[in-house]
Design a protein around this ligand. Sequence first.
Ligand code: NAD
Length: 433
Amino acid sequence: MKVTVVGVGYVGLVAAGCLAEGGNHVTCVDNDIEKIQRLKNGVIPIYEPGLEEIIKSNLKAHRLSFTTDLKEGVDKSLVIILAVGTPSAPDGSADISTVLEVAAKIAVFMTEYRIIVTKSTVPVGTYEKVTSVMNQKTEIPFDYVGNPEFLKEGAAVEDFTKPDRVIIGTTNPAVMELMKQLYAPFMRKSSRIIFMDPASAEITKYAANAMLATRISFMNEMSALCDTFGANVELVRAGIGSDARIGNAFIFPGLGYGGSCFPKDVRALIFMGEQQQCPMTIARAVQQANFTQQERFAGRILNFFGDKAGQTTLAVWGLAFKARTDDVRESPAIHCVEKFLAAGMKIKAYDPEAMPAARALLQNQIETVEDSYDALAGADALVICTDWQEFRTPDFDLIAEKLNQPVIFDGRNLYDPNYVKKQGIEYYSIGRP
Ligand code: NAD
């Protein structure tokens, strides 16, 4: 099939690469000239495991091409996938202006029937809005499919090629059949496509993210309760996770959720409901609990140093919002670092992939180092913010030797408290005595 993907960020580039890997001819369109130029040369602008190989091999096989010319993308393909950003507007709603702008341009460029597939996360009503802006620009028929994406950064290629499910929001049987064909390479074992109307597809995406955010926030609140009573949240987690009705996924206490999706999607869900006088009580509480969790962790560190904060240097391990990505958008690590900086602390940070993005976001207010242990020299404590695999079994002797005083604040519960204590290190984690 010939497919065009508009917006080659974390979602679009993965979708494009995987669809090309599935045998399709994929044209990628983005308005970022520099990004497209780099991609043409096989330079991947993001860190996503497994993506580089796919992009390079499909470029070589001429199944993948990159352009800034939307008209070229519209001319070439029957299916046009929209994967542009839908960031939070100041009022919390999802800003779909880029989706609408691209849809209107597609309508202008169209010379024959096209299928517009929206992978961007968009609120209910986007189907009608896209259809309306396109109808104002063209009389040529088109179909609209709501096709929300569920991939996780850090495992995006795996998620796209082996999806738990694919949601297709359309009521047109011919389009359903075509979408089935498009996803066929990823449905070899069994079909996991769920068809529904566009509004239900739109809500499904927000409901999924809000449900996952709820589990995280719930467990974080339990960690605060455990702190209060001197109980151990990891035992509580094991105790409840063993219940098949609850399960073990997404109940790890930590620094709170972050990234480019959960925070903005919970905000958009709240806006969507409340605009229709439908209270989003749970989503609101989830959002508050997430904020509180980050404040609690940063606050504990600030309290520890008290009025010496201005003379304190912290070594920070992890800046990305989670492991296996370079994405720092709404990262809890960044939130905490901003609080430390505001208190006059100095930050020496290390992250395997996210340092350039973090430096840019924090306007170079932090020092970054190329080796995790180099962050420790001259620092008054180690703060762990992201659960990168390489942080899990560190050399505790070296940590104790390099720090001014042997203190670790672990926002991801990576270590056994008793073991760390035996290494002569003062250790504070989440919801554990
Ligand atoms: P991103 O910011 O990484 O990528 C968006 C891309 O669109 C950028 O490359 C940008 O240059 C391009 N773009 C912007 N305006 C354009 C225009 N007018 N024409 C062409 N290209 C344009 O965003 P992302 O993280 O890939 O997210 C995209 C959408 O997918 C969002 O709605 C997001 O909520 C949703 N989503 C993201 C994830 C995720 O893990 N990142 C997962 C599921 C769904």
